[in-house]
Ligand binder design. Structure first.
Ligand SMILES: [Fe+2]
Length: 195
């Protein structure tokens, strides 16, 4: 029988059955070493995540992104990087490792390098760029008012929706198109390496 553990550390009861957590990530598609996951309990997480993101210091001066903590000292603790997000990170990267390395997957660890949020209000965007110094990058779509404001890639279309988490090789060029909606787009991103 798997062990059942109750964790009350985040204010609500989280049931754990063995290593499977209730915020589980479900792999829905893969393409060119990019992996799209659905966060099965996103609706339950969304409001708390948004609150924790909005409680984090930010600047309005980075590129044409409305608000981000990218320029805020990385030593400052972020409330949004909590146990739930760490569970999601571990669940998704465990699946990714199994997909990539099969029976060798236990030999490798996924190590997070950095994380940040972006808020895109009306008329904001982020031009084409890559992420250096990591193997993989991830984008968790916390709020995505319309699918057309999803991340764009060169020569690749990935049909992301709100509540999805996309992992892709960090060297792939991507951009966030201009948000023409009155509703904001909010993403939580992180870089990680598999070593
Ligand atoms: Fe990016």
């Amino acid at each position: 029988m798997p062990k059942i553990k109750i964790d009350t550390s985040v204010g609500s009861i989280i049931w754990k059955i063995g290593k499977q957590n209730i915020w589980g990530c479900k792999l829905v598609s893969k393409k060119k070493h990019s992996y799209l996951f659905k966060i099965t309990k996103h609706k339950q997480l969304k409001n708390k995540l948004l609150k924790n993101i909005k409680d984090t210091p930010f600047t309005k001066t980075y590129q044409n992104v409305s608000q981000t903590d990218w320029e805020i000292d990385s030593f400052l603790k972020r409330k949004y990087w909590d146990k739930n997000i760490i569970d999601i990170f571990e669940s998704c990267t465990d699946i990714l490792k199994k997909e990539m390395y099969g029976t060798l997957s236990k030999k490798f660890k996924a190590i997070v390098d950095n994380y940040w949020f972006h808020i895109y209000k009306k008329n904001s965007d982020y031009q084409w760029h890559t992420h250096g110094r990591s193997n993989f990058s991830a984008i968790y779509y916390i709020s995505l008012p319309e699918k057309k404001y999803k991340t764009k890639f060169l020569n690749m279309d990935i049909p992301v929706k709100e509540g999805d988490l996309l992992i892709f090789p960090s060297f792939l060029a991507h951009c966030s198109p201009i948000n023409k909606s009155n509703k904001e787009k909010v993403v939580l991103s992180f870089n990680f390496s598999i070593i």
